[in-house]
Design a protein around this ligand. Structure first.
Ligand SMILES: Cc1ncc(COP(=O)(O)O)c(C=O)c1O
Length: 408
């Protein structure tokens, strides 16, 4: 498709993304439309940022009401939305205190700073020896500190020098955590399901085991639920599957209802209280517009029963596709709730090829790590919309890339 918008992005934009050749202009619920009016089922949801569906009327109302009143004050003053939002999020997460930021990566950075200051001021680790244990194949964002502990060469290699306060262990291996802990260990940071790595699920009991190991060793347990939180995996938070709780919980993406960036660290008082005024901050963090929208975004998840919907429709997604997709093309269908991946054998074709084919046929998804396609639709999608998506997926995976190309 030849298009001025695309040309402008190619001409004037930095090349840090390689989007499919489609220009989206409108969204409603689980559907989006391109500039030619073609309709697509959004099964990516901006990487799980749109759990509530596109342009939810309640979110638009909250946005408009607050935007007409007051958008930003900075934290130099109080605003009337921040307190109610903090109270709501603390109640929902069963945590004592909340610290607002904007992007997911900023909230991860915040948790790293909290863990380090806690390590020096409470645990007694000698400054600057604090280490944070992370997992291989993690994805926690793109800042220079965070990419320092990425195991993905493209995310890390060209961006030295690195922050060396991190130690990496295999994901899903609780014993490896126990072995890696030393007297200098401040925290363990982990995703309950590795999303970007390809929807990698840890063994059952892993989250509880690591939380218990952390507790036993006076190490902070930090769960990054930026992608898995807020209903995405069929529980409000993925760690609820194992009746456990971290010391710090990181949220983002759907916290802003897919219309405004807001992220947060929720945590226990003893840890959150290490920050003094001036230790940390953000110009936009906690602004009234973001808080008003986030209050509505959290209400929608509860009022519309999106957590249960995610659980039920996620089961259907996997049940319908397992054993139906050709076993010489699809290696595995896996996931939790509405965070799912389809892994394709390299011999059958590339994830990018199947992603483009799905897009042509009206379903938006995206490959991650080459061979895995991620399916994470808005949690409010109608069962009939899911049926549409499933039928397209079955069609697209009925042939290998070569067969499609030969037109056979
Ligand atoms: C688990 C996890 N952590 C952190 C991030 C980074 O969030 P952001 O892109 O908002 O900085 C992401 C984004 O995909 C994520 O999935």
């Amino acid at each position: 498709m030849k298009n001025q918008v695309v040309d402008d992005v190619i001409t004037y934009g930095a090349r840090n993304y390689n989007p499919f050749n489609v220009v989206l202009s409108r969204g409603q619920g689980e559907w989006v439309w391109d500039i030619q009016g073609k309709k697509y089922l959004d099964m990516l949801s901006a990487y799980s940022a749109v759990n509530q569906g596109h342009c939810h009327p309640k979110l638009l109302k909250a946005l408009e009401l607050q935007a007409r009143k007051l958008c930003i004050t900075s934290r130099a003053y109080h605003n009337e939305c921040l307190g109610p939002w903090m109270r709501k999020l603390a109640t929902l997460t069963l945590m004592d205190k909340i610290l607002p930021m904007n992007s997911g990566a900023e909230a991860v950075e915040t948790s790293i700073k909290l863990a380090r200051k806690w390590a020096y001021s409470r645990k007694g680790i000698l400054n600057p020896n604090a280490k944070i244990i992370v997992c291989n194949n993690n994805f926690h964002g793109r800042t220079t500190t965070i990419v320092s502990f990425s195991s993905e060469p493209q995310y890390r290699d060209a961006f030295a020098p690195y922050d060396n306060g991190f130690v990496s262990i295999p994901f899903g291996d609780a014993q490896a955590l126990e072995k890696a802990i030393t007297q200098d260990t401040a925290a363990f940071l982990v995703e309950p399901v590795q999303g970007e790595a390809g929807i990698i699920l840890p063994p059952e009991g892993y989250l509880k085991n690591v939380a218990d190991i952390c507790k036993k060793n006076n190490v902070l347990c930090i769960f990054d639920e930026i992608q898995t939180g807020l209903g995405r995996t069929g529980k409000m938070f993925a760690h609820e599957y194992e009746n456990t709780k971290p010391d710090l919980l990181i949220l983002g993406k759907a916290l802003g209802g897919g219309i405004f960036p807001i992220s947060a660290v929720a945590g226990r008082q003893e840890i959150m209280d290490v920050f003094q005024p001036g230790d940390h901050g953000s110009t936009f963090g906690g602004n009234p517009l973001a808080c008003a929208i986030s209050i509505a975004a959290l209400d929608i998840i509860i009022e519309e029963n999106l957590v249960q919907k995610s659980f039920t429709l996620g089961e259907k997604f996997r049940e319908d596709l397992r054993n139906v997709l050709p076993s010489h093309i699809v290696k595995e269908v896996r996931g939790k709730g509405l965070l799912n991946g389809i892994e394709i054998y390299p011999e059958a074709g590339s994830g990018r090829f199947y992603g483009e084919l799905l897009c042509q046929k009206g379903v938006l998804s995206k490959d991650t790590h080459g061979q895995i396609l991620r399916f994470a639709p808005p949690l409010m999608l109608e069962p009939s919309s899911l049926d549409f998506g499933l039928s397209i997926i079955k069609d697209v995976f009925s042939k290998t890339e070569d067969e499609w190309k030969k037109g056979s």
